[in-house]
Design a protein. Structure first.
Length: 237
């Protein structure tokens, strides 16, 4: 066999081997990334769902009354209040750090923790801003960066027409289908948003006329599709 042919064959074999090796390495790296992601998110959810964390978070949401750092320090320095403030804030700050480092997908993690993170931030924001002036200049910076630009995409009652405080004991009002139809018939400005998951829509594809289908996982990237000039009625069945 001519030497040129041998060289050509060897070159082709080398190229194929290189491509196969590259594909193998890429697959291994993807597997490692997946394992790392699963490990990290598993640990995060273990903390988030723990009794201690939930009690601290509920304390902030329902028992925190102070709206300035001086009063908070006077009433809660070195007690459960200060512990809850730092435990919960530091958790969301760590999640934000993991997102910033590319170890956790922001959109995916916010589907689960987004509403509570937003509610907590709204309760402690004024305190954090004051602490940054006196004790810790970068306190919870990654927590703040973690939050989505569209809060109402995760907590609808935070929108312009919101009628209740999120996670309060007073829940959003419900409206019967007959009442919704009556209001629509008389020309009230209403928008219907179908928030069923993709598999639910596939199983039952019928939707209300002119309804917007907006599954929870698409809330952030499609938030600009929601109308701002009318009341939004959300349904999931």
């Amino acid at each position: 066999m001519p030497w040129d042919a041998v060289t050509s064959i060897a070159t082709v074999i080398s190229m194929v081997a290189f491509i196969l090796t590259a594909l193998y390495v890429r697959a291994e790296l993807k597997a490692l990334d997946k394992d790392r992601y699963l490990t990290v998110t598993h640990e995060l959810f273990n903390i988030w769902q723990s009794k201690e964390f939930m009690e601290a978070q509920l304390w902030l949401l329902h028992r925190l009354k102070e709206t300035n750092w001086a009063d908070f320090v006077s009433n809660h320095r070195a007690d459960l209040g200060e512990s809850a403030f730092h435990r919960v804030g530091s958790f969301y700050d760590r999640v934000g750090t993991l997102v910033r480092l590319g170890l956790v997908n922001k959109d995916e993690i916010l589907v689960t923790i987004g509403p509570h993170a937003i509610a907590v931030w709204r309760k402690i924001r004024v305190l954090v801003e004051e602490v940054r002036q006196v004790e810790h200049s970068t306190l919870f910076a990654d927590f703040e960066r973690l939050l989505p630009s569209c809060h109402e995409c995760y907590v609808p009652e935070l929108g312009p027409e919101g009628r209740v405080a999120p996670f309060s004991l007073r829940q959003p009002s419900r409206i019967a289908l007959a009442e919704a139809k009556s209001r629509l018939d008389r020309g009230d400005p209403l928008a219907f948003v179908d928030v069923r998951r993709a598999d639910e829509v596939q199983a039952e594809p019928h939707m209300l006329p002119h309804a917007i289908w907006l599954p929870p996982e698409d809330a952030v990237k499609r938030s600009d599709e929601l109308p701002h000039d009318r009341e939004i009625l959300v349904y999931c069945a």
